[in-house]
Design a protein around this ligand. Structure first.
Ligand code: ATP
Length: 364
């Protein structure tokens, strides 16, 4: 539905978009995710038509958008600072987009009611907009965008002003709404958790380029570069030495874990040429037990607990792993679900960590 081909954008000398290629499918919930300044808002604004591109092509529905102004594109944008008019009622705010619509007053009123119903604000039409909560204002902004029945809804950090609880609730509501209306949603966010929760697919951006475009599960389990792995969730990294490699297997020696055999499918790129090979694993890919307690993990190593962070449902343990020469690795983070209440391991306790080679990634 939306195609970007070799899109570049310069602000003066500053190269904000550096050859963006992507396809966004009709009806999908697509997110642009990346740290502040990576160019995700710029990319969204070029799709909306608020920014001209320096070179490349943006197509919507197979039509080149170069000569199509923002108000003639089949897109509508919901902004971070949901600019609703405080002196108007909720219904007047939602109807604002229809002011040049030739439909009759009663038809417009019905459309407003339908849009308010979609966002869960039935009965709120006559309320003063200034008296709404942040979450309700966001819904009004959504209703105002949806009433125009765009083919694509562009959302620039729409939930960032809300508190955590409200944000989580609105995330679920937005997913439901998107499924219900079937419109293509393109979301800009710097919040990796938000992107993982909401998206069918995510483009991870750094410095004006797309580093990986994938489904949430693939981004998390099979990041293609070390930077993507580090940006999405928590990833532990330990220095590794490559001992040998043949057609099937790579043998590595890893600080704190020892010698391991990996398949070539477990290899990703380390884009930092100065850093040597690294082994990466997620906190939940490893478990920790008190020293002396028997366990069945294929591989086990000893270590000392450096920090314990209690989260209610989970506890994080930072553990220094024993090296052969008597020293210890830098701390690695291990998460354990607290099924039977809080585990009693304390800082300074010895523990055994259990893991499997298949859950490791070699970044080289
Ligand atoms: P954030 O999450 O902080 O909004 P972002 O990833 O959305 O970041 P953009 O707003 O797209 O980033 O900006 C990308 C880069 O382009 C930034 O370095 C920014 O300073 C620069 N930039 C954006 N708009 C302009 C402009 N109008 N003139 C000059 N530089 C700009």
């Amino acid at each position: 539905m939306i195609e970007c081909r070799e899109v570049h954008k310069y602000y003066g000398d500053y190269h904000a978009l550096r050859g963006i290629d992507l396809d966004i499918r009709e009806g999908e919930f697509f997110s642009l995710l990346g740290p502040s300044g990576c160019g995700k808002t710029t990319l969204l604004r070029t799709i909306a038509g608020f920014e001209d591109i320096s070179s490349g092509v943006v197509l919507i529905d197979d039509k080149d958008m170069a000569a199509v102004p923002a108000n003639k594109r089949p897109t509508n944008m919901v902004f971070q600072s949901y600019a609703i008019f405080p002196h108007l009622t909720v219904a007047e705010n939602v109807a604002f987009g229809l002011r040049r619509d030739p439909r009759s007053k009663s038809e417009k009123a019905a459309a407003v009611d339908e849009a308010l119903k979609m966002v869960g604000l039935t009965g709120y039409g006559n309320r003063a907009a200034h008296a709404l909560s942040g979450g309700q204002r966001q819904r009004v902004a959504l209703a105002r965008a949806l009433i125009l029945k765009p083919k694509v809804l562009l959302l620039d950090e729409p939930l960032s002003a809300l508190d955590r609880k409200m944000r989580e609730q609105m995330q679920v509501e937005l997913i439901k709404l998107q499924r219900q209306v079937g419109i293509t949603f393109v979301l800009v966010t710097h919040d990796q958790e938000e992107a993982l929760v909401m998206s069918d697919r995510i483009a991870v951006m750094f410095e004006g380029q797309i580093a990986q475009l994938d489904e949430p599960e693939s981004l998390y389990a099979r990041p293609v570069t070390r930077r993507v792995a580090d940006f999405i969730g928590v990833m532990n990294f330990l220095p590794a030495t490559i001992l040998s490699e043949d057609g099937e297997v790579i043998r590595v020696d890893v600080e704190g874990l020892g010698e391991i055999e990996l398949a070539h499918s477990q290899v990703a790129r380390n884009e930092d040429p100065d850093a040597g090979p690294m082994i990466g694993f997620r906190p939940e890919a490893v478990s920790i037990f008190p020293a002396g307690q028997s366990q069945t993990a294929p591989r086990q190593n000893g270590g000392t607990i450096d920090e314990v962070v209690y989260y209610g449902d989970m506890t994080y343990y930072d553990v220094r792993l024993d090296e052969e020469d008597g020293t210890q690795s830098k701390p690695v983070r291990i998460s354990m679900r607290n099924v039977y209440g809080r585990d009693v391991s304390c800082v300074g306790d010895r523990g055994v960590i259990g893991w499997a080679p298949s859950s490791l990634i070699l970044f080289r």
